[in-house]
Design a protein around this ligand. Sequence first.
Ligand code: SF4
Ligand code: SF4
Length: 391
Amino acid sequence: MLGTAKGEPVMSVAGLLKRDQLDVLIQTLRARGYRVVGPRAKSGAIVYDEVSRADELPVGLVSVQEPGRYRLEDSGNGRLFDYVHGPESLKRFLFAPQETLWTVEQNGEVRFKETLPEIRPLAVIGARACDLAGVSVQDRTFLKGRYNDFSDPYYATRRENLFIVAVHCTRSAATCFCASMNTGPRAREGYDIALTELEDAFLVGAGSAAGEAVLADLPLQPAHEGEITQAAQAIDAAARSQTRRLDTENIQALLFNNLEHPRWDDVAERCLSCGNCTLVCPTCFCHRETDVASLDGKESGHQRQWDSCFTLEHGYLHGAQIRPQIRHRYRQWLTHKLAAWIEQFGVSGCVGCGRCITWCPTGIDLIEEVNAIRLPAALRRRHGAQPEAKT
Ligand code: SF4
Ligand code: SF4
């Protein structure tokens, strides 16, 4: 077992895979029937796409991420996973952006037909700790368990057929704050195989029986103490390099007690209500359902499509618009994500990936928004004023 400087176990180490042998992993997964997707550099960002060879991965690219800003730069080294992450998490592979849930045919009689997806097992290479944490949060939304009486069959089918090759982050983006959310940069669970990238090799470990079976087919070499220590130190350094931190202490009371705080008007001045933050967020699950009928009226498909609490339509209920202003919609998003989610699912809806900060066109940073509400509240308490009334 590999450990960090804090003595935390990182993962079981099966051995070392030379970088020029990573292709064997891809070919092994393909030979086992998996469709393999991994990080690819496309249109100036790292996105998940089909990979058939290791040389399609983003060699020597790092991402520079700041509020409202993302760009790729050449690092000059040959590393494949230094880019940290792009706009996509694992969300779309489990909760499809758009799919038909059932069809209805009218031909003398009305017949409903379920349209479960045809699933080919999928292997995703390059998932980060925050992505695994995001899947764990979405499992609570979509799978039967303490928070659900039944599983969403579409999500569950894809979930059962997903093989995850995680990568422990050895570099953080400036917008990352997973260390403060206790979700990264080390992938703790939920993966089949985990890699730590070293100078010219990967330290490799299995997190499941399926992962162990795949590793048995790889040309692994023994890992030495020095490589194991180097990997642990690199992950710790990535955590220490994070300058953003979300203070979650009493965050439910803080947000619920400040529903009329002037900061909601302030952020509404900057927010375009575009919904980017919800689309890139690994845990957001808002969707709309519509029926799409054929022109002859004989059949229709019931479709589910990603939606956002930032759209006006999403706040329209039975003849009334319940979130008519942007301040209402931003407040809904933030209070649900960081406070109501905990009541609903027992965990925060935020895993600290920082994507909503990077991909917000106006650079709105949810940590700054929380701090702006928290700091005046603390100052008011210091001066003995009463907290604002809950509305
Ligand atoms: S709220 Fe932002 S930082 Fe948190 S999980 Fe969603 S996208 Fe990531
Ligand atoms: S916070 Fe940013 S990304 Fe989210 S809706 Fe507003 S402008 Fe768009």
